[in-house]
Design a protein around this ligand. Sequence first.
Ligand code: NAD
Length: 358
Amino acid sequence: MKEMTVKSTIKNYKVYISNNLNEFFDVIKTYENNGKIFLITEDIVYKLYKDTIKSIESKVNCSTFCFENGEENKSIDTVKKIYDFLLENGANRESILIGLGGGLVGDIVGFTASTYMRGIKFINIPTTMLSQIDSCIGGKVGYNYNGVKNLIGNFFNPQFVYVCPHFLDTLNDKQFKDGLGELIKYGVIDSQEFYDYIRNNYKDILMKDKDKLIYVIEKCLNIKKNVVEQDFKDTGLRNILNFGHTVGHAVEISSNFDISHGEAVALGTLTALKISEHKFNISTDIYNSVEDLIKKLGLHTTCKINDYSSFIATIRHDKKNDDKIRFVLIYGSFGDYKIKVEVSEDEILRALKESIDK
Ligand SMILES: NC(=O)c1ccc[n+]([C@@H]2O[C@H](COP(=O)([O-])OP(=O)(O)OC[C@H]3O[C@@H](n4cnc5c(N)ncnc54)[C@H](O)[C@@H]3O)[C@@H](O)[C@H]2O)c1
């Protein structure tokens, strides 16, 4: 089992990465616990992992609450249902919530734990590629409100995170590839070495080879850990994790969410690289190589943008932008990035036409 510690001004915590789900029981035993434990999950994960959940229930003596999956249920209503369940079952300040599921479960259960009785313990067991390589650390928890994603939220760290790549076996192709969009982002922002690792091992990654998955999960989490340890509250450096997201979010929204988040991030990565070429004269080889890798991983490299003015308006409304549109760009090779670079509408339009909307 691999182990890393994420340091933060509010609380340090460990991330365990293991191929063996049973090791979870050894880990939880090492944490002092006097309170009741509650496992919170959503219906799809519940159905797929009923036996695992039963075994957690019996081994750590916990009861389970299950809510309906789907981004539309990342809502105050779901948070209230969890509060009700906790109250009815006598949860108190010593209680622990285990969130078992993808990024949605992690965000909503983490938020509930951060607010119930002013904060109780939370254990995160991420079950999707995106949540295992990215959202399970960093402390951002919350839910959507009035159609705005993650409008209500908190910064709250778990007691520990337990990552087991075996959960990824049951993800369908689209869900798994959704995580690969973020993986490419990590390769581009980190280093030539990590990018080459992804490129050289893409077939094994697609086959869900567990050793390769453990390598990339640990690497991505280490990259994120280094960033969030320096900028937990997202006031500067953490912006780097947004590489590819400025255009990515607009692609997601303008497709009415037909294009998934990860796929949109891959497309946004291409546009950000094209802008980087224009602004910093970086080699076209980078763009060509990333485009080729995205194709090899089975993600799209183009998308039709029907209405440029509403596309740009969506970028302008991104909560990460003030009156100026700012991008994370690459100024040299993989890993050489600049955050908050001002980019004009014309520069975005030119790059879109030369990248994803060719
Ligand atoms: N907190 C953060 O830092 C952060 C970062 C990125 C994204 N997020 C949030 O994460 C969410 C997206 O995360 P996600 O992509 O994991 O989505 P998700 O949790 O909605 O899961 C995607 C789909 O996979 C299913 N699923 C989950 N685990 C499975 C498994 N092991 N086998 C089969 N199916 C499984 C789910 O039921 C769902 O249908 C969004 O709400 C986003 O806002 C948070």
